[in-house]
Design a protein around this ligand. Structure first.
Ligand SMILES: [Zn+2]
Ligand SMILES: [Zn+2]
Ligand SMILES: [Zn+2]
Ligand SMILES: [Zn+2]
Ligand SMILES: [Zn+2]
Ligand SMILES: [Zn+2]
Length: 195
């Protein structure tokens, strides 16, 4: 089976990553695992979730506008800062150009609740951010580095529990299909399709 992705000129094939193979996803730059879409002549690889990500998504962190999947950042710096995790990205982003909101694909599909081995309770994602300088910076309970109030975190909502961690410390899970497709009414070509 061959596939075509809007961000790449050649056809892609599905491939199962072997143990010890170090392939990086073009969409998010993270290491690939399980099944990926591959163009071997270009060494172009995509996680299944990055290749299958919708072109438009209605995201709970930015309800006012649809976020649009961009194959490259639209800024002159040719990189973006993810509003979710605060880490720079240089390829795929879910973008609201009006508000300069950008998200990595895996950050856009973080699960609402996760269970982490280091904590007894379930933790919930919080999109609450503030641009104000926090006088007493909080530390991530997993990596012990500072938690920026400008970015998302997972926190425990049990009364009296102050467990709060970075999104990337809490989970590497990607839940595709979590958010509503927010495509405009006119038909849009799919991001990925069989040929
Ligand atoms: Zn990826
Ligand atoms: Zn190629
Ligand atoms: Zn991110
Ligand atoms: Zn917006
Ligand atoms: Zn952390
Ligand atoms: Zn707790």
């Amino acid at each position: 089976m061959e596939y075509k992705h809007f961000s790449h000129q050649h056809t892609l094939t599905l491939y199962k990553v072997q143990q010890g193979q170090q392939l990086h996803c073009h969409g998010c730059h993270r290491l690939c695992h399980d099944s990926i879409f591959a163009c071997w002549s270009c060494k172009f690889f995509l996680h299944e979730h990055c290749g299958n990500a919708n072109r438009f998504v209605k995201h709970p962190s930015h309800k006012q506008h649809p976020l649009i999947l961009m194959p490259n950042p639209t800024y002159c710096s040719s990189s973006f800062l993810c509003n979710g995790c605060g880490v720079a990205g240089s390829t795929f982003s879910y973008c609201c150009a009006l508000c300069e909101v950008d998200l990595h694909v895996p950050c856009a599909y973080l699960p609402p609740k996760v269970k982490h081995q280091s904590h007894e309770h379930e933790i919930c994602i919080s999109y609450q951010t503030t641009q104000e300088k926090d006088s007493t910076p909080q530390l991530c309970k997993i990596c012990t580095r500072e938690l920026s109030s400008k970015h998302w975190s997972y926190l425990c909502d049990m009364a009296g529990c102050t467990f709060r961690v970075h999104t990337f410390c809490a989970t590497a899970e990607v839940k595709l299909g979590l958010h509503q497709d927010d495509a405009p009414d006119q038909a849009q070509p799919p991001v990925l399709f069989y040929i």
